[in-house]
Design a protein around this ligand. Structure first.
Ligand code: SAH
Length: 249
């Protein structure tokens, strides 16, 4: 079944208005007809099974048949703090992180990053990443559109997890030995809270950054005996967290 997002303000009296490019997509590209059923989410956690009533230029009106809560969401908010990678790797990371259930993606500037923060470009890039997040959320039938924040320095990211009182934060570090710390972290995961995952860029984290993270209560963990590329490391952790929250172990 096709899945779309609508503005929460478009939901009224048992009906939903879908406007803009999505409306065009529904009528012109997918050629959906009145009477067909689609899934509509308000991007803030509410899902509606709907029947298309009316297709007009730039606006599709649907009738709500059934409402569900957060059906496409994990029971915890997972934040991926991703060290800024080279070239357009972040596009892939955002898309996959959304599929795997991330709640928020924070491009993070670290000491060894090849890519440096440029505030002007940062804004344009996060708009692009936000658009990627939206289409990935539609494709994977999420109930929320994950946020992609503007790039922030690692120190600010540490402040953010402290302010928000995260339940658990992990920082994969290739010099960490053994799987004990990751196992222990998995045991302590519980539904309901915020979980942070810090991934270094191609150059990795430096020792000082790891020391700072530890002093903030963020736990260094190993991801096994192979070095993963930055785009693989985050996705490996997100897969693990997703399976844990889906109840596999
Ligand atoms: N510069 C490093 C590799 C960095 S890999 C080197 O070449 O040795 C990029 C990021 O992925 C790291 O900062 C870390 O967060 C994560 N990572 C990759 N492999 C890992 C592993 N085996 N254990 C823990 N973290 C890993």
């Amino acid at each position: 079944m096709h899945h779309f997002f609508a503005e929460p303000s478009g939901v009224e009296d048992g009906r939903i208005r879908i406007e803009g490019p999505d409306a065009e997509h529904i009528s012109r590209v997918l050629r959906i007809k009145p009477g067909e059923e689609i899934l509509v989410s308000d991007g803030q956690g509410r899902d509606y099974l709907c029947q298309v009533e009316e297709l007009a230029k730039g606006c599709v009106r649907v009738r709500i048949l059934q409402e569900r809560q957060e059906s496409g969401e994990l029971p915890a908010r997972i934040w991926l703090f991703q060290g800024l990678p080279k070239s357009d790797k972040m596009d892939l990371i955002v898309q996959k992180a959304v599929e795997l259930g991330a709640f928020c993606i924070v491009p993070t500037a670290t000491r060894n990053a090849v890519v440096k923060l440029d505030p002007k470009k940062g804004e344009a890039k996060s708009r692009r990443w936000q658009a990627i997040a939206k289409s990935a959320a539609e494709q994977s039938k999420r109930s929320r559109i994950p946020m992609v924040l503007e790039p922030m320095p690692l120190g600010e990211a540490f402040d953010l997890v402290k302010e928000k009182n995260f339940h658990l934060c992990l920082i994969p570090y290739e010099e960490e030995q053994g799987m004990g710390s990751l196992k222990e972290a998995m045991r302590q995961l519980a539904p309901g809270g915020d979980v942070g995952v810090f991934i270094g860029p191609e150059g990795g984290f430096d020792r000082e950054e790891i020391r700072e993270a530890i002093s903030q209560g963020i736990r260094p963990v190993s991801l096994g005996r192979r070095i993963l590329r930055t785009e693989t490391a985050g996705l490996a952790v997100l897969s693990l967290l997703m399976m844990k929250f889906e109840g596999v172990f």
